[in-house]
Design a protein around this ligand. Sequence first.
Ligand code: ADP
Length: 381
Amino acid sequence: MIESVNLDTWFDSLTIHLKQELNLDECVILLSESTEDKFNDHFTHPLALDPEKLLHLGRYLVKYYDQNLRAKEAVLLSTRLEIESTGLQLDVGVNSWQSISLHSIVYKQFYWGAIALFYPQARQQWSEAELACINSAANHCAIAIYIHLLQQEKEKIVGGLDYTFHECRQPLSAILGLARMLNEQIYGSLNQKQLEYVQAIITSGEHLLSLTNNFLDLAKIEAQKEELFLEKVLVQEVCEASFSLVQESANRKQTSLVLAIEPGINFCIADPLRLRQILVNLLSNGIKYSEKGTVTLKVTKNDQGLYFTVQDTGIGISTENQKKLFQPFAQISNTYNRRQKGTGLGLVLSKNLAILHGGNLTLESEAGKGSCFTLYLPFRH
Ligand code: ADP
């Protein structure tokens, strides 16, 4: 929840809640100087009539009691006199509060700042219930800040990777193009060893390119920048186009491909390239994870939508491993898998694309008995 909520709004509601719960005059979340540097905004939330004064005061106190707060000690300034003993100039008359307490915001050894509570009366101590409430609020604050910073870091890293992968694509395409030309032996014949090496370059290059493309696609979806180009897609056509893209690898694995479309199904509304991408991914997985088997693509419908089911007769996936699928880089570890070249991104990407279409991608499988992936696409008008 915290991840999806704007930190500003979240702090606002927290301060309002504390103010009501503890009958406070004011409540402010103050970040330490080093934490503030990490944010573009201050994230300080005064609900006071004179927020600037209150902020100034709070910042002064957080700095003054820096050591106590870093040591996770709460600070109680019981009277105005005690507050003034810190050297702080109080502008009496503007504010009615009489005492202040400061509570550190700490998470995983990281000190972010403090919550400052302004009480209407002079006071010497807190009740257990009050303390529990304040501590819990401070913990929530700390976790929210932590997640926010993690999110910022993640965006930076993904942005960097995004750029790197983009830059990789062009030289990679050049390497692949030239290697394919050599493989076709247009400019002279190659000996057995040379052919073997050129084919290894092509296989590794294709693997790297699909990893790059999958990563860029996923990053785009995560950043909610992926756009679908929906149109009327002929089901037979998209299925046959997908088959033709995987036919060669099926031949290599001596696996037969079967297409069965329920009578009465003609077209669907989808992004044709994305739909083909999902089908190709499911079909090539079916081929990759079976030996001399059969991979069947069935298309059926009910009154909700269309179901594209890809069934194979391969190694299957245990119930335990099924839980790990649809997570990025989830290559299940087994001896068979280690021999296969994969990116561990195909299924996550396919599921995300299915969801973008308003549909879903699900799996039924049993180890040793093959797998069955179903892409559901709802009817659209
Ligand atoms: P990869 O590029 O590694 O195949 P995917 O996201 O497509 O990445 O698949 C993730 C993992 O799921 C694979 O590494 C494999 O362990 C498992 N898997 C996917 N499809 C099948 C299948 N049809 N049969 C058995 N295992 C599969």
